[in-house]
Design a protein around this ligand. Structure first.
Ligand SMILES: [Zn+2]
Length: 142
């Protein structure tokens, strides 16, 4: 089976699992020290690594990852010559953590936890309204 066919096959399935992989990749990268921004290329590389570890042959392209992030309420923007990505504002980090809870991702291993991780432990699963936009709470303009 061609990779393109496989891609189509997976993308015609409910998007849930691949979105979860994108969230997992973004979450782990946003804990790297002194990161101010994340390129979509780096997120897709990490996402593909996660997929590979699970024995998946599928590879997500940066463009696909960008679309998924946008659908998850974390839109990317052009950062520099290397392309699009996310500025890791606190509201963005918070949203990524909430998405991780919503997708019931396991706790991160091997990365320092941040204050959003701490807060996550206090939030019972299932209490998060995924349709709600966080920016309403903070009045932050991204
Ligand atoms: Zn964290």
């Amino acid at each position: 089976m061609l990779l393109e066919e496989l891609n189509e096959l997976v993308q015609s399935e409910p998007a849930l699992d691949l979105n979860a992989v994108v969230v997992e990749a973004t979450l782990s990268l946003c804990h790297e020290e002194k990161k101010e921004s994340l390129h979509v290329g780096a997120i897709s590389a990490r996402a593909n690594q996660i997929l590979g570890e699970r024995g998946e042959l599928l590879e997500m392209k940066p463009k696909t990852v960008g679309h998924r992030l946008k659908a998850l309420g974390v839109p990317t923007r052009r950062l520099d010559a290397a392309g699009r990505g996310l500025f890791l504002l606190d509201t963005v980090r918070e949203r990524i953590h909430k998405l991780a809870v919503a997708y019931q991702l396991p706790p991160l291993r091997g990365v320092p936890s941040c204050r959003h991780c701490q807060k996550q432990h206090d939030t019972p699963r299932g209490e998060i309204d995924r349709s709600k936009q966080d920016s309403e709470d903070h009045g932050a303009v991204l």
